[in-house]
Write a protein that binds this ligand. Structure first.
Ligand code: NI
Length: 170
């Protein structure tokens, strides 16, 4: 297993749509293991394959960031089958360092997909887990949480992020 480099906005791979997985093979298992290790090393509560430069529809989520055992969820070809309600909460992203903002998301979601062995799974989620699923599945569409900001907030973000990037690249 290896900790992979996390792509940072504005790298193009973050704006591209990831492709459906048609073959559950050894390469996929390796990618998943590396994504889990990368998420825990960050530490983060979720990671989509785009963020490590792979345009494949895989996400890993653990809302305890590995602090509690048994919370890791790996989903292949995940989709939001149903969504209910609205809620505002603060959100950040490993690909957009040092920036957070309040983002409106559905309160509850039903997510469908495959587990890492290709078995169909359905997960009902609310709260932080529902938010994490929506955020990570957005990544697979090439959508970042900053794309969901109002035009004014987006303008503030651009200015601030320029400084953030400069700091990071020093
Ligand atoms: Ni993210």
């Amino acid at each position: 297993m290896a900790v992979l480099e996390i792509k940072k906005y504005p790298e193009p791979v973050l704006k591209q749509r990831a492709q459906e997985i048609t073959d559950i093979n050894g390469n996929l298992q390796e990618l998943i293991d590396n994504m889990v290790e990368t998420m825990y090393a960050a530490p983060g509560i979720g990671l989509a394959a785009n963020q490590v430069g792979e345009l494949k529809r895989v996400i890993v989520v653990d809302i305890t960031a590995g602090k509690e055992k048994g919370n890791l969820i790996v989903l292949v070809n995940p989709e939001i089958a149903e969504a209910e309600g609205k809620t505002d909460s603060e959100e950040g992203c490993l690909s957009v360092p040092k920036y957070t903002s309040i983002i409106k998301r559905a309160k509850k979601v039903l997510v469908k997909g495959l587990d890492r062995d290709g078995n169909p799974v359905e997960i009902e989620a609310e709260g932080l887990l529902a938010r994490a699923f929506q955020h990570e599945i957005d990544h697979l569409e090439g959508v970042l949480f900053i794309d969901r900001l109002s035009p004014i907030k987006r303008e503030f973000f651009r200015k601030r992020y320029k400084k953030i990037l400069k700091e990071l690249n020093k």
